[in-house]
Ligand binder design. Structure first.
Ligand SMILES: C[S@@+](CC[C@H](N)C(=O)[O-])C[C@H]1O[C@@H](n2cnc3c(N)ncnc32)[C@H](O)[C@@H]1O
Length: 226
């Protein structure tokens, strides 16, 4: 582990439950702009993001940019047995590792593709909507048009009353999230390296938990990476 990373971890001690994986750091060195962080999210941040989800009503959850899967594992632990988790990860090495980690869990599907393909991937599986979409991708580095297109696709992929939950170093996405209900909840969360804004954008309507179709009729295929 590089000295500066080790030093940073020591300074912040147990609080941040420093769990940097070798794979995470290697992928950062390979694609710094896409990965955008040298450490996975802290346990505290993972817990806080998960606390925003009503797991009793969540039938389909998508995650953008799971990386090595620190949020995905927490989501899978809390999800109901019939719920589905779709992981959109651009990086092929992370996707392979996630596929290996979730090989025994048929609720989890790893999709090695851009998050912007969400509606296409839902249609392939005959899933009408997601109830929740969680995102750790670095929106702030995207060009404005790409950012707005991804926000529009995300909005359209959500069920009425569904929520888009992001954790980001900046809170600039609020000004672009024009399709969502105007009142977003946002907090600045310090127990992470670096501190993050956690923001919840809601789609107008009432969450009915009807994102997924009857599993017996589903073409849902788990754990594949392209
Ligand atoms: C900052 S890391 C977050 C990793 C993990 N969620 C965490 O909290 O530790 C960002 C991740 O988003 C992925 N990513 C970036 N842009 C993406 C996109 N457009 N679609 C899917 N994944 C993307 C990167 O490959 C990387 O794994």
């Amino acid at each position: 582990m590089p000295a500066f990373v080790a030093g940073q971890a020591k300074c912040h001690g147990e609080l941040f439950a420093f769990a940097m994986s070798g794979l995470f750091f290697k992928r950062f060195l390979k694609r710094p702009l896409q990965i955008a962080s040298i450490v996975p999210s802290s346990r505290a941040l993972v817990e806080r993001v998960a606390s925003k989800i009503d797991f009793d009503r969540a039938r389909v959850i998508a995650e953008y940019g799971p990386g090595e899967g620190v949020h995905s594992r927490a989501l899978a632990q809390r999800m109901r047995p019939e719920a589905q988790l779709l992981l959109f990860e651009l990086d092929p090495a992370f996707s392979r590792d996630l596929t290996r980690q979730f090989a025994g869990d048929p609720r989890v599907c790893v999709i090695n593709a851009n998050a912007g393909t969400i509606r296409l991937e839902l249609a392939k599986r005959r899933i009408p909507y997601c109830d929740y979409i969680i995102s750790g991708i670095p929106f702030s580095i995207l060009e404005i048009e790409k950012k707005r297109n991804l926000l529009r696709e995300t909005h359209d992929a959500l069920a009425p009353g569904g929520a888009f939950i992001i954790y980001q170093v900046t809170n600039e996405l609020r000004q672009h999230a024009i399709d969502f209900a105007p009142e977003s909840e946002s907090e600045y969360f310090l127990q992470n390296i670096p501190p993050m804004f956690i923001t919840v954008f809601r789609k107008a309507g009432e969450l009915g938990g009807n994102g997924a179709i009857d599993p017996a009729d589903s073409q849902f295929s788990s754990n594949y990476a392209r």
